[in-house]
Ligand binder design. Structure first.
Ligand SMILES: *Cc1c(COP(=O)(O)O)cnc(C)c1O
Length: 430
């Protein structure tokens, strides 16, 4: 290449990648609520020949040859996930939570139809809104009213709205998600007008599998979409589980070719390994996550932070929300914490207008990843202390960073995971 050294370029690419690995996996405390890490065994299963292949269509009915192993593996993984979610109808092909939502929304409604969604203040994801996937599909976005006192959907208002609008479907579940949405009440209301309930479990799939968050499929949801890499610590991707067989069949028939061609086959064995880890350790893991979140919230409050939801017990999920208006608002606070190697995201709080998205009042903190690295209550107190040093006590973030790097050195093992030196038995990676 003219004026361009391949060797230098290569050095730069590899350096950026390995530095990112060291920084994010070894030196930072990651509190991004939508992320997690896979176990070494799942990573090994991820790095397979499947990453080079296509398998359009459904198992054993593909448009390509050479698919006999992925056929069997996809059917078997579907069975494992079905057992965890207690429903027969599972679709693993969505390559992300957003694609899962698009696939279900499009089957349930035509352009011009309406959907009633949870209020943005109660955590609805952008893909549920007119600004995102719902809007791109031409489906009308009607928002349920918000109950500020309970930081949740206003149930009576939502039921009335559903009776008036008679939408094709309603959506619950969210991204900023401290307390469970009222699934049964909204399911009854939407069913009474002939619509369906979609529950978006992107954030809480791991908590549902671990039995510490209500499984919406057992409380009236017709479909549950999810990401497989948030509290469920698998490969980046999506899935859909259904109680409604007819809906399952329609989505399964249209997801290819409407929303994907390749479904990124190498996700499937990694998803299966993670599902087996969750079958074995999921309850213990999920329980530790919600206990850590609650204790983290209490520790942050004790350090002088304004933690959201005190009256309601702060949180029942993996997330904690703090109001940092006194610390210079979300953008600045998040940046200062990053300088100290504590990674968080700025977030709108219920009173923020949507325009405040670039510099909102709050920070969203998730403890699912640090829990997987083996942190418990004492560590939650320590992280709260380190955050207070930066944001309340005005210490130099660069100085705090040294402490964070030192603190992080203890946590090098991914917990709640299956070990196994399968290399000696199977050549998984070649
Ligand atoms: C993260 C998220 C999604 C999108 O998932 P991707 O896998 O990133 O596409 C959808 N819904 C909710 C509620 C989310 O939090």
């Amino acid at each position: 290449m003219e004026g361009f050294s391949v060797e230098e370029a290569l050095e730069r690419v590899l350096r950026l990648t390995s530095e990112a690995n060291r920084w994010r996996l070894r030196e930072t405390v990651n509190l991004i609520a939508s992320e997690n890490v896979m176990s070494p065994l799942a990573v090994k299963a991820y790095m397979s020949d499947f990453m080079y292949r296509y398998a359009e269509g459904k198992p054993f009915k593909r448009y390509y040859q050479g698919t006999r192993y992925i056929d069997e593996l996809e059917v078997f993984t579907t069975e494992i996930i079905s057992r965890l979610l207690k429903t027969e109808y599972v679709e693993l092909r969505p390559i992300s939570g957003t694609i899962a939502n698009a696939s279900v929304f499009r089957v349930l409604a035509d352009p011009g139809d309406s959907a009633v969604i949870a209020p943005v203040q109660a955590g609805a994801h952008v893909s549920h809104t007119k600004f995102g996937t719902l809007g791109a599909l031409g489906i009308r976005h009607v928002e349920m009213p918000y109950d500020a006192e309970n930081m949740n959907v206003d149930v009576d208002g939502a039921v009335k709205l559903i009776e008036e609008v008679r939408p094709k479907f309603a959506v619950l579940g969210g991204s900023v998600y401290l307390f469970p949405h009222p699934v049964r009440e909204i399911a009854d209301a939407i069913h009474s007008v002939g619509g369906k309930l979609v529950y978006d479990a992107a954030h809480v799939l791991g908590l549902i599998v671990g039995g510490v968050w209500r499984n919406p499929l057992e409380h009236g949801a017709d479909a549950m979409t999810a990401s497989t890499h948030k509290t469920f610590p698998g490969p980046q991707g999506g899935l859909i589980a259904f109680t409604d067989k007819a809906l399952y069949k329609k989505v399964s028939k249209t997801i290819f070719p409407w929303f994907l061609s390749n479904h990124h086959l190498h996700r499937i064995p990694a998803l299966a390994v993670t599902a087996l880890e969750m079958a074995k350790y999921g309850h213990e893991y999920a329980k530790a996550i919600v206990e850590n979140a609650r204790h983290f919230a209490e520790s942050l409050a004790a350090e002088g932070f304004e933690v959201i939801g005190e009256r309601l017990g702060y949180t029942r999920s993996h997330q904690v929300l703090i109001d940092v208006r006194k610390q210079g608002r979300g953008a600045k606070a998040a940046k200062m914490l990053e300088e100290a190697n504590i990674i968080v995201n700025k977030n709108l709080l219920p009173w923020d207008p949507p325009e405040a998205v670039k510099d909102p009042s709050g920070l969203r903190l998730g403890v699912q990843e640090v829990t997987r690295w083996g942190m418990g209550k004492g560590e939650m107190e320590e992280v709260a202390r380190l955050m207070a040093e930066v944001l309340i006590k005005g210490r130099d973030p660069q100085e705090v960073r040294k402490k964070v790097v030192e603190f992080r050195k203890e946590y090098t093992k991914i917990n709640y995971s299956l070990e196994g030196d399968l290399e000696t038995i199977l050549d998984l990676t070649l």
